[in-house]
Design a protein around this ligand. Structure first.
Ligand SMILES: Cc1ncc(COP(=O)(O)O)c(C=O)c1O
Length: 482
């Protein structure tokens, strides 16, 4: 603690967050929780939940698709929420539209299915991407576009040279789409926002996945102007779940082509005539009835984090992350061997509050991540294990070659055949084929309500459970995915 105070005197300036933890987030300590999964989900303040109850309890809100009073009341709040979101990202309503989706995945899916893919177009993806972005490749290749992945360095960052090489190979006035995360959900690495303009100057559109970035950083859409940005609001302030959005530049929106229509999206349609015309605005992308009782809660959430200040949240998370990284790197068995193997950026700059690593036993072997998951759960600690839906970062973290994971034609055929064999049906079989010593990493992540005490609890747990000990591997459940 003394060391911490000396290393980070500026932490004191974030003490308001300790007060909020004791009041608005007191359910964590009351329930004995050490919550270290903010990249999985943010947490709601009690006042957000009260605001929801007060609003829905004191008004009447109907389906927004008509003109009646209860419908208009819902429409007004939904439109206010759109404006609040644009203001939160400092975006001009002339330049950007907000399309409500169930989550960031829904936002990526809209781009995937509506982007004008065709033969000769390119989809450039960083190998560090969430599966909800990786999945875009299925639409792209389905329409004859080529997919190119930009590889990662040892610290799970992308070299500018590799990015430029990947972009350089596009051709035509609009060569295609670059999609990358502003912050990795695996390693916490922040990839430069300057790539947006770099790609645009090469003619590309850009989908910026800001799901893991915006809970602790401000995104200013007057400074960087990606064509598309994907957000999940529960990651920013915990509540509501089920509401995300696609921020879309209006010029790019007009180039999207929806492959279908549905309730809520059309200006007109004829059954006998067989024609339909979509609405000329963001509603064309919002299928069915919006989550109209929850969308106004996004305004409450935005007011909440704005009243604290995203900068203060970011500062606290950055300090706690730096301290955690130093402590984890310093954990040693009494034989002098390290207790952890960290993945991702070795430095403390340009990174968010997500840390991926494995514990090492006293002989230097990786501790099975399922044992960590079980032991942490027993200690009341919420963390994540596996590859966190980011297989690319996982493949690079574990040093898997392209060949090993079926990246060549022959190998792919072999892998397919192997999986038809009766002995090769489980995820554990797959991991054995790859020769992996463990099935994934351990991830801890910090956020708005994190305190130094959370970090200390986790470090105590780590020392108590793994220092000088071989892990107990009895009774570990089979892995269900990888
Ligand atoms: C960087 C990133 N992108 C996309 C997603 C997908 O978010 P959701 O599951 O809310 O759609 C996540 C979720 O963890 C994420 O961290």
């Amino acid at each position: 603690m003394g060391d911490f105070d000396a290393a980070f005197p500026e932490y004191a300036a974030t003490s308001r967050l300790d007060d909020l933890r004791a009041t608005e987030y007191s359910y964590l300590d009351e329930g004995g929780h050490v919550y270290l999964d903010y990249t999985g989900a943010g947490l709601p303040a009690r006042s957000q939940l009260r605001a929801h109850a007060t609003r829905v309890g004191s008004g009447a809100f109907g389906n927004p698709h008509s003109e009646n009073p209860t419908s208009s009341a819902s429409t007004r709040l939904v439109e206010e929420a759109r404006s609040a979101i644009l203001a939160f990202f400092n975006a001009s309503p002339k330049d950007y539209a907000v399309i409500f989706t169930p989550n960031a995945t829904g936002a990526c899916h809209l781009v995937a299915q509506s982007y004008p893919w065709r033969h000769g177009k390119r989809l450039v993806l960083t190998a560090d991407n969430h599966n909800s972005v990786n999945g875009i490749r299925e639409y792209a290749t389905g329409h004859g576009a080529r997919v190119r992945y930009v590889t990662l360095n040892r610290d799970l960052r992308v070299s500018e040279l590799d990015l430029n090489a990947a972009l350089g190979r596009g051709h035509g006035t609009r060569p295609g789409l670059l999609a990358y995360p502003a912050q990795s959900n695996f390693s916490g690495a922040r990839h430069p926002l300057a790539w947006v303009e770099r790609a645009q100057s090469a003619g590309y559109d850009v989908l910026l996945d800001v799901a893991a970035y915006v809970p602790t950083s401000r995104l200013d859409l007057r400074e960087v102007q990606p064509e598309f940005a994907a957000v999940s609001w529960y990651k920013v302030f915990g509540y509501p779940t089920g509401v995300g959005c696609l921020l879309v530049r209006r010029d790019a929106m007009s180039r999207l082509r929806r492959p279908w229509f549905s309730g809520g999206t059309i200006w007109g349609v004829s059954v006998q005539g067989g024609w339909h015309r979509l609405l000329p605005n963001e509603s064309a992308f919002e299928d069915g009835t919006l989550s109209f009782l929850s969308i106004p809660d996004v305004m409450t959430g935005i007011e909440w984090v704005s009243s604290i200040g995203v900068e203060m949240i970011g500062q606290r998370v950055q300090i706690l992350t730096s301290w955690t990284l130093r402590c984890l790197a310093g954990l040693k068995h009494s034989n002098g061997r390290p207790m952890t193997l960290l993945y991702g950026p070795g430095d403390e700059a340009d990174r968010g509050g997500t840390i991926a690593f494995n514990f090492l036993d006293p002989t230097g072997k990786l501790v099975d991540e399922r044992a960590v998951s079980r032991d942490a759960a027993a200690a009341g600690i919420s963390l994540r294990t596996g590859c966190f839906c980011n297989p690319g970062a996982g493949e690079w973290a574990f040093g898997l070659s392209r060949k090993a994971v079926g990246g060549t034609f022959v190998r792919r055929q072999l892998m397919r055949r192997s999986f038809l064999h009766v002995d090769m049906t489980t995820v554990d079989d797959y991991l054995r084929v790859l020769g992996l010593p463990t099935g994934g990493a351990v991830r801890i992540s910090l956020g708005l309500a994190s305190t130094l005490a959370d970090v200390e609890s986790f470090l105590d747990f780590a020392e108590r459970t793994y220092r000088d000990r071989l892990p107990d591997l009895n009774g570990l459940a089979p892995r269900l995915n990888c």
